[in-house]
Design a binder for this molecule. Structure first.
Ligand code: GDP
Length: 329
């Protein structure tokens, strides 16, 4: 067996001591899929585990152009001014689907990226959204161990990544554009239901009135929506990320969320549930990988898949045959 590329215990100690280069190195390690690196990453995560859990984990989503990076730049700056240390992570589904990237651009959030109280990391690349998500979850733990007390996890409003981010954040914030129409911007109801906080951005200049109308629309929509938990009724606000207006109101709403979620340990329960479902999805992914790489399955797969595609064999029958092959091997 090749020796691990790093000493996980030493790296953990350096991360906990607040060494930024160690943090970056740790994140690179958890992003690697090489088996040796993976082993070292797991040892690293086990070592830092007692130092995790201390951050406000905030998910931020919205369509391209809504102003996510402008908002994070303004919000991050506001938080640092208030004495916080802010890490920014991302889950970019496009890096998994097409190899391209909507969020990965390194020139974004320049001011924040150069601030010593901030740590900005673009989305890891990956073949599956599950893989991208896992690495972001693990990076989140590393950022907490390094003493960042606010972690912003950005994603883009396309695909399934919102659910993935809502599953790792304490609070899920949906950024929206001002819109004149009475229709709710084609936001899928399921995504709205994930939101703990809805923020209408670009409430400035000519769009200020439209933004206020949009805000009123969403307030009433939220009113009729089932909330994710009894302790917190989702709120809607408007802000201007570009002009730094109402950024403090967004933070005040987040603080109100944490105060409410302390009741009955609602936040602890949400995190426990997230950890449990992460464990199950890890098992699912891992078993599926084993199945895919099994030589007998690999041999039988093309023919069976072709029969399923041609409508000659029911998908369930093919799946069962493949699983039986795997079990017999
Ligand atoms: P992202 O794709 O969601 O990250 O959006 P960006 O942060 O890149 O913003 C897209 C465009 O909207 C840029 O031209 C920003 O300058 C502009 N923008 C962002 N926030 C605001 C805002 O609060 N008001 C106005 N008027 N423009 C904004």
């Amino acid at each position: 067996m090749a020796t691990p590329p790093v000493d996980p215990a030493q790296l953990a100690a350096d991360i906990v001591a607040g060494n930024r280069r160690a943090l970056a190195k740790g994140i690179t390690l958890v992003e690697s899929t090489l088996p040796d690196h993976r082993r070292a990453a797991l040892a690293l995560l086990a070592a830092i585990m007692p130092h995790t859990g201390g951050a406000s984990r905030i998910g931020i989503s919205g369509v391209p152009g809504v102003g996510k990076s402008t908002f994070i730049e303004a919000f991050g700056g506001f938080l640092i001014e208030a004495g916080h240390r802010v890490a920014v992570l991302a889950v970019d589904p496009t890096s998994a689907l097409s190899g391209g990237s909507i969020l990965g651009d390194k020139t974004r959030m320049e001011t924040l990226a150069f601030n010593l109280s901030a740590f900005v990391r673009p989305s890891p690349a990956g073949r599956t959204l599950g893989g991208v998500t896992r690495r972001t979850r693990e990076s989140l733990l590393l950022c907490e161990a390094a003493g960042f007390d606010v972690v912003l996890i950005e994603t883009v409003g396309v695909g399934q990544s919102e659910t993935a981010v809502a599953d790792m954040a304490d609070l899920f914030m949906l950024l929206l554009l001002p819109s004149g129409g009475d229709e709710l911007q084609g936001i899928k109801r399921g995504i709205m239901e994930l939101a703990d906080l809805v923020v209408v951005n670009k409430a400035d200049g000519e769009q200020r009135n439209i933004a206020n109308q949009t805000l009123a629309d969403y307030r009433s929509a939220l009113h009729f929506m089932q909330s994710r938990c009894a302790q917190w009724q989702p709120r809607a606000l408007a802000c201007s990320a570009l002009h730094g207006e109402q950024i403090d109101a967004v933070w005040a709403a987040i603080e109100a969320f944490y105060a409410a979620m302390a009741d009955g340990e609602a936040l602890a329960k949400r995190r426990a549930e997230q950890a449990r479902s992460w464990m199950w999805s890890e098992m699912g992914e891992s078993l599926l990988n084993d199945l895919r790489s099994d030589p007998r399955v690999k041999r039988a797969l093309p023919a069976l898949e072709a029969q399923v595609v041609a409508g000659e064999l029911p998908a369930t029958a093919a799946a069962l045959q493949l699983i039986e092959l795997f079990r017999s091997s």
